[in-house]
Design a protein around this ligand. Structure first.
Ligand code: HEC
Ligand code: HEC
Length: 75
């Protein structure tokens, strides 16, 4: 019985860490004046996106389906 409880806690922690790791970061800057995401975020950009973005071929119009401006950022 005790072991079962520990197992549940262990699995819960792993799931939580994975969710935090793979949660898309919010956008810390304006998106209104920076619509061309890929010019700064492709693999050679100032702040490169993860390489799996390139593998999936994400383009400027795809980014904001997952990434949203951080609260307090005026569009
Ligand atoms: C002019 C260059 C530029 C453009 C265009 C741009 N960004 Fe950024 N972005 C940056 C820089 C530089 C950072 C680094 C963090 C900062 O600004 O404090 C950043 C940070 C980010 C981050 C946070 C990454 C992290 O690890 O927390 C995300 C997400 C992001 N941008 C998404 C976007 C999206 C989506 C677009 C298009 C709507 C976009 N960016 C357009 C320059 C740009
Ligand atoms: C299907 C959802 C999805 C789409 C679409 C998407 N991203 Fe991401 N992005 C994520 C996730 C999840 C992470 C964090 C996990 C990781 O780093 O692999 C991430 C991480 C990032 C980071 C942070 C990289 C770092 O090293 O800190 C940047 C910058 C970024 N994305 C930019 C973009 C840009 C620009 C686009 C559009 C061309 C885009 N993303 C499209 C889900 C997405």
């Amino acid at each position: 019985m005790k072991k079962k409880g520990l197992l549940i806690i262990l699995i819960g922690s792993v799931v939580l860490l994975l969710v935090l790791k793979f949660y898309p970061p919010s956008i810390p800057h304006s998106v209104e004046s920076r619509k061309e995401c890929v010019t700064c975020h492709d693999l050679n950009g100032v702040k490169p996106y993860p390489s799996w973005h390139a593998t999936r071929g994400y383009r400027n119009t795809d980014c904001t389906t997952c990434h949203h401006p951080a609260s307090g950022i005026s569009k």
